[in-house]
Design a binder for this molecule. Structure first.
Ligand SMILES: [Zn+2]
Length: 144
């Protein structure tokens, strides 16, 4: 599974209900689908298989944690909240896995690989696995 890609079909999350990989990613896709920002990301964090945070990016809100990691990544101007950091702010337990989805306006999947800022935040959060949608309509999974 690690580094592998899996075919996923958006908007059919019920079909994948018993499959935790697809179920988690389809929830992230659903959150992205409800996102009204220009760039549409949805993200969830899990611990022991349980969902501990859900978030969208926000292009009009910031947070000290976003500003801190942006500065450390050498991109101090990127203060608007990324979905990954927003989810990390919400988490009350150490997250183990992160699921990140990005969709275009037409609902098709886009590459949601974490940026340098979020990668830094993810590395320091305790997260062990990152799952993100890729431009081929599949899931890419990488170990931290
Ligand atoms: Zn980011």
């Amino acid at each position: 599974m690690i580094g592998d890609t899996i075919m996923i079909v958006p908007c059919t999350f019920r079909f994948y209900k018993k499959d935790w990989v697809h179920s988690n990613m389809n929830l992230a896709i659903r959150i992205a689908n409800e996102n009204e920002n220009k760039f549409r990301f949805g993200c969830i964090l899990t611990h022991g298989g349980r969902i501990i945070a859900e978030a969208q990016n926000h292009m009009g809100k910031s947070h000290p944690l976003q500003a801190k990691y942006a500065k450390r990544a050498g991109e101090g101007n990127k203060i608007w909240l990324h979905a990954e950091i927003r989810a990390l702010i919400q988490a009350r337990e150490t997250p183990e896995e992160i699921w990140i989805a990005r969709i275009w306006r037409d609902g098709s999947l886009a590459l949601a690989k974490p940026c340098a800022i979020c990668t830094l935040a993810i590395q320091e959060s305790g997260i062990e696995k990152i799952h993100y949608t890729n431009e081929f309509g599949k899931i890419t999974t990488v170990e931290v």
